[in-house]
Design a protein around this ligand. Sequence first.
Ligand code: NAD
Length: 492
Amino acid sequence: MRTEAENQKRVSELLAREWRMLVNGELVPAPEGRTLEVTSPFTEQVIASVPDATTDQVEEAVQHADAAFPEWRDRGPVARAELVRKLADVVEEHLDDLALLDAIDGGAQIRVMAGDVRAAATIARYFAGLALEIKGESVPATPTGVHFTSRMPWGVVAKIIPFNHPLLFAVRNIAAPLVAGNCVILKPSEITPLSALLLAELAKDVFPPGVFQIVLGNGPDVPRTLVRHPLINRIGFTGSEPTGQSILRDTADTGFKEVTVELGGKNALIAFPDADPAKVAAGAVKGMNFTWSGQSCGSTSRLLVHESIADQVLKEIGALLARHTIGSPLDPEMDQGPLVSKRQYEKVLDFIARATDDGAVVAAGGGRPAEYDTGYFIEPTILDNVDPASHVATEEIFGPVLSVIRWGDADDPVAIANSVRFGLTGSVYTNDLRVAHRTAQRLETGTVWINDAGPHYLGMPFGGFKSSGLGREESLDELLSYTQLKSIHVLT
Ligand code: NAD
């Protein structure tokens, strides 16, 4: 493992390059030298200028993708999967550099971002391995005919991703549509674009021109041009609820498109009275993803704990957080870096202030750690006695803030958990198998963990109920969703 100084040195080397997008197999700048600035959330300094594409350039990319599609589709799944595996290999070979870029422009800890790069390669190989599962079915519709379905790619697919797992999402989100025979245009987050732009360099010689392209732009113009484009029939989006709504409106206005939206969460961890307080505390800390400063859609940011064990659980959480370290994202000894941006930092502080106005009590953290004057750091914050109907308990914060809601025998914790409009994940701590199963059935969420919080299991569909989104990923369902069914009737 490299030291912080060694990481810093390598980052300086990496940042010395000219950043380019990938269009039609070429690494290209934006026209007229248009750039946008990338700021480090640790130093608060500008660390890179990256291309800021025009909508004409997006149009060009769509035309190239459309032209490349027939040949890519007709290669067949095994040949396509081979190239996706090759991409996984190249990503893994550049693991350290990709993780360093994610750490420096996103702020999350280097060890964690290295885990993201490994996961990205694994997921790409998983989808490559499923290539021959793109199958149809035969139906005995007539006694002598042959009636079967065949799965066809959509054509050009737009993938729009958020800031919080830049490289993981860049690779994970393109693997399934590429294996399924689509050409993909990726739009990374303008807040954390660096690892995707290094990916552009790495992928340039892996895929034929036009099959995989990366465009980047400041503000909504570039992604909206993709969303509204008549040649794009399939959009995969991961990000916030308002952007998801905007995409659905845009697609309704511009044609009939298949859209997946993976959105936010306000996830509950329910601790029943028979649960071990130490295990609940460990689950609550792990589920909060403090190592990403809580910036993860699946974070269990509401702890619904029975009043009989609440004090003990909070004491155990306090002990765990006392060992939690905050510092440079490039220091491998640290647990947590800064939040991604000033905007995110200010938003989280506003949430904390409003929560205390609404009667919540700060049981741990509550603001910037005393030892840092620069960097968008916020300590892991525990808010106790939170009203389940209050702003902090119902809106996604996307920061290191855990709201503790105590419940008693007269309350129904599942009803409290379900009372928010989101439905991404839920977690249940109990030793009673009957309670565990009943609660899992009643929770209105796409994922439920029993006696755990946080992990994703490849092959198990991930996605949200209610306002947490439409569609499922990380599974065969995702691969098949990048195809459309055709029924063929052969009559003899
Ligand atoms: P965001 O919605 O602000 O941005 C996401 C992407 O959408 C960016 O690339 C952005 O440039 C683009 N975009 C902006 N305006 C657009 C428009 N009008 N049309 C199309 N695209 C547009 O999200 P963010 O702040 O980057 O990410 C945080 C959010 O993502 C949180 O709400 C989090 O819960 C969610 N998220 C969800 C999942 C999941 O799997 N459900 C995973 C990670 C993050």
